[in-house]
Ligand binder design. Structure first.
Ligand code: GLC
Ligand code: GLC
Length: 651
């Protein structure tokens, strides 16, 4: 019945399409629209069915998709078809990503295009997230996440034309391009916000605005704060508009109102615009926040998921080769929902940041044991088949210790004291090794998130200052250990620009008044190409790190068991210091690799019995694929050195 309604609505929409659209060759578009329309219609009805303008809005939506399709190049359409045939293409182990700033890793987009792609390829990177490059205000930009024009590139980093050249060049070299879609908010200088400020009710309806504090006060009772220390509160008074506006992140980032279908359609249009510039992967920023409901935390709401499903279905009609990454830094039980629930294939985002693994890895570094890491991974809900993680150690944001309190208790810690320990450890007040900065410390609990570059958090800054070879080596080992896990976990590893050469904290941000309040800038450094050159100079830290990472990346790409087909089992080990995972090749399950990582600073052993129970034949010759060497065996026990890891298989 509903399907019939849906069908006849689709027919009438197609008849009502503007003649200039109907005149085009839309065969593929019609086929895909037909296949997805039932879902699109039911989602759109759930969200907006109560509105008088429902029919007009759904026609607008279809026209937006059709226009996007017409503007899609033949080359990209071919790519759409190729990836549709090879449905699971992104689950392969051959992808390795990097996140970088076009004006940090290079001078700008043009410099990146002409001079820096070689470095990426040398390391083995074939997916690149270019951090936000859209027009944003000087000063109040949240590192580019406060956008004032969704279609214009910040003139300080380049032009749309150069961006397209980057996309083309990447495609030629089989490098995936990742671009941000910042869909939860705009800058207060965006044209929509300007019009809202000027009193246009139509655009005030793009945001959540209120004439007085009555409703905002109710919201505040249940909404947590993102930046309690530096930008408290979820609402901002706009003197120009004479109204309060919801601004969950900074006061200059105004939250978009998705209960207005026009906002959703605008965002579909923007998504398709970037898809048509040749972007392969769209990173959807802050997706947990998309729906606001009075009395709730306004995070992870069911309707936020419906919006994501709708965006995915619409993108599927026009640009099906494009993947979505969910940036949802939320509790482990919530995060897998961003792949989509109750579905075999990803219905929301095909990829999601694995913030759980990231935070757990840092816990293992601080505690020198893998107790919580193993427990947290055990509790991580399973995910859909056609979905994968973005596994990372560092990114441009802070590290929050958002693990589950129950898991913390299960391994014998008290949650508050444990988080306190972690903050102390990473700000250096525990043993002075790590050099992190606290971020938005909550004075009541002492809890804070942490900023700092991977190398500085891993102790390299301290070690270099002390000029202590043993400490330097320990820091290098830690950095490689962390990468050894994200490269073998299953999913796409995302390396943060600069980490391949051990980039340290850069404290100069504190001299810039537009950055000094935001400690995240300490790890958003400009790459030092002189240091990067030393990657070719044996005996240097850069050489050790870069060479090792380059090797590990190349090896990972050759191990089919490292593809992500839900082919990972945790290996229960008696020893708290060790993480063990069995990865098997789904095509040949006997073809397996056992990953063992030792987070302690001294060596620990595993008896071969344990390994044989999990499929490694103790009589076979074991080899560590990561080093190419046979592991140390003595009396039936395999020794894993302090802060070392192995990718074990039989030859
Ligand atoms: C995401 C970004 C972060 C930004 C926030 C608001 O979490 O990663 O840098 O501050 O969204 O856009
Ligand atoms: C909050 C958001 C996360 C973002 C961070 C920026 O934790 O949930 O998305 O990365 O703020 O600091």
């Amino acid at each position: 019945m509903y399907e019939q309604v849906s069908h006849s609505l689709l027919n009438s929409i197609l008849n009502d399409l503007k003649p200039e659209i109907r005149r085009q060759d839309l065969r593929h578009f019609y086929t895909r629209l037909g296949a997805n329309f039932y879902a699109i219609h039911s989602l759109f009805s759930t969200l907006y069915g109560h509105r008088d303008d429902f029919n007009i809005q759904i026609l607008n939506l279809v026209e937006t998709m059709a226009r996007g399709y017409i503007q899609r190049s033949a080359e990209l359409e071919e790519l759409d078809m190729k990836r549709e045939r090879d449905h699971n293409w992104f689950l392969s182990q051959k992808w390795v990503g990097m996140a970088l700033y076009s004006n940090g890793f290079a001078e700008n987009l043009e410099d990146l295009l002409h001079n820096r792609i070689g470095y990426l390829q040398e390391l083995g990177i074939n997916m690149v997230h270019i951090m936000p490059i859209l027009k944003c205000p000087v000063g109040q930009s949240d590192g580019g996440y406060a956008v004032s024009d969704f279609r214009q590139i910040d003139e300080r980093v380049g032009t749309l034309n150069i961006f397209r050249q980057v996309a083309n060049e990447f495609r030629k070299r089989e490098i995936l391009l990742v671009h941000d879609i910042i869909l939860n908010h705009t800058s207060d200088e965006h044209a929509w916000a300007q019009k809202a400020k000027a009193g246009e009710a139509h655009y005030q309806d793009y945001y959540y605005t209120f004439e007085d504090r009555r409703i905002p006060d109710i919201y505040e009772q249940s909404m947590p704060q993102v930046f309690p220390g530096t930008d408290p509160g979820n609402f901002t008074w706009s003197g120009e508009m004479q109204r309060w506006v919801m601004s969950v992140f900074h006061h200059y980032q105004w939250d978009l109102n998705y209960s207005n279908p026009e906002v959703l359609i605008q965002i579909v249009d923007i998504i398709l615009f970037w898809a048509n510039q040749g972007v392969d992967v769209l990173r959807l920023d802050a997706v947990a926040f998309l729906w606001k409901r009075l009395g709730s935390t306004c995070q992870n709401e069911r309707h936020a998921h419906l919006i994501l499903q709708l965006l995915k279905d619409c993108c599927q009609v026009t640009a099906p080769s494009v993947l979505f990454i969910a940036e949802a830094i939320v509790a482990p039980v919530e995060v897998t929902k961003y792949f989509g629930e109750d579905a075999i294939v990803a219905k929301e985002c095909e990829v999601a940041y694995n913030a759980t693994l990231m935070a757990l890895l840092w816990d293992a570094i601080a505690t020198k044991n893998a107790k919580l890491l193993c427990q947290g991974l055990k509790s991580l809900p399973g995910k859909l088949d056609r979905a994968t993680w973005l596994n990372y150690v560092r990114c441009h944001d802070d590290i929050g210790f958002g693990f589950d309190d129950q898991d913390i208790r299960a391994v014998g810690y008290e949650p508050r004291a444990h988080r306190r320990f972690l903050t102390d450890y990473f700000t250096g007040s525990f043993d002075g090794q790590a050099r992190g900065l606290a971020f938005n410390r909550d004075d009541a609990t002492g809890d804070a998130r942490i900023c700092g570059s991977l190398a500085s958090l891993a102790g390299l800054e301290t070690a270099l200052e002390a000029d202590d070879q043993a400490l330097i080596q320990a820091a290098i080992d830690r950095i490689l250990l962390l990468h050894g896990v994200i490269l073998s976990f299953g999913g796409i590893p995302l390396i943060y620009n600069g980490d391949g050469i051990g980039t340290l904290n850069d404290y100069s941000f504190s001299d810039d008044p537009s950055k000094s309040h935001d400690n995240r800038w300490v790890h958003r450094t400009k790459i030092d190409w002189k240091r990067a050159e030393r990657r070719n100079q044996p005996g240097t830290v850069e050489h050790s790190l870069f060479g090792a990472m380059q090797k590990l990346i190349a090896i990972r790409k050759e191990i089919p068991a490292f593809a992500d087909f839900n082919n990972r089992e945790l290996l229960p080990l008696e020893n708290d210091h060790l993480l063990g995972m069995v990865r098997f090749n789904p095509q040949r399950p006997s073809d397996l690799v056992v990953v063992i990582a030792n987070f302690d600073s001294s060596a620990h052993g595993i008896d071969l019995e344990t390994l044989s129970r999990h499929g490694l034949n103790p009589r076979g010759r074991l080899v560590d694929l990561a080093s190419g060497l046979s592991p140390l065996l003595q009396d039936g026990v395999l020794a894993v050195g302090g802060q070392q890891f192995h990718w074990l298989t039989e030859t």
